[in-house]
Design a protein around this ligand. Structure first.
Ligand code: 5GP
Length: 195
């Protein structure tokens, strides 16, 4: 399937700031369609089912994989995550700029099945900063933070597999670069703000 490079896959280690950057991008550019993944991870405070994720149990996740409903899926730090296939294909067919925020294993699978996609790696300014962010946000118990840091080392080592690396220096800068990669037409923002 030709995706016209409208499909952008954003990956990067846990804690690097993907959620914050994507929230800014969508605030400024609601025309970007963001895939909502299914996950077996427990819901965090403030997360909404169907908005942040489709929170499902193991049996439901198994059924989705068995039915071929997931474009890609992976296990990450003890939980399973996957991208529902149908909505992605529908939005690409409609020509919408489409964004997946998924881990390295998922990015590899998307590259294999939709070779026109752009793989973008969001890197932290430094390892220390990543550790501080992941520990400091306090959303996970220490053993989960450890697993996420171990996974972060694996993800950072795979940076060269991506088409583009963006270092998360400022949200506006990363947001601007994503807009350019998605080829979203830009005009002056109504409030004069960047991105
Ligand atoms: P978190 O639990 O912090 O929300 O997400 C953990 C990791 O799973 C992040 O790197 C996130 O990008 C990734 N992730 C979220 N949804 C998906 C998905 O549908 N597929 C894959 N492969 N990874 C995902």
């Amino acid at each position: 399937m030709r995706t016209d490079r409208r499909l952008l896959v954003l990956s990067g280690p846990s804690g690097v700031g993907k959620t914050t950057v994507v929230a800014r991008l969508r605030q400024r550019h609601p025309e970007v369609w963001l895939s909502v993944s299914a996950t077996t991870r427990p819901r965090r405070p403030g997360e909404t089912d169907g908005v942040d994720y489709h929170f499902v149990d193991d049996a439901t996740f198994d059924a989705m994989t068995a039915a071929g409903d997931l474009l890609e899926y992976a296990e990450f730090a003890g939980n399973r995550y996957g991208t529902p296939r149908g909505p992605v294909l529908e939005h690409l067919a409609a020509g919408d700029p489409t964004l997946l925020v998924i881990d390295l294993q998922g990015a590899r699978q998307v590259r294999a099945s939709l070779p026109g996609s752009q793989l973008v790696f969001l890197a932290p300014p430094s390892w220390d900063e990543l550790v501080q962010r992941l520990v400091g946000r306090g959303t996970e118990p220490p053993e989960v933070v450890e697993r996420r840091l171990a996974q972060a080392r694996v993800e950072l080592a795979a940076e060269a597999e991506f088409d583009v690396t963006l270092v998360n220096t400022t949200i506006d800068d990363v947001c601007d670069r994503l807009v350019a990669l998605l080829r979203i037409p830009t005009g002056p923002a109504p409030d004069g703000a960047p991105c």
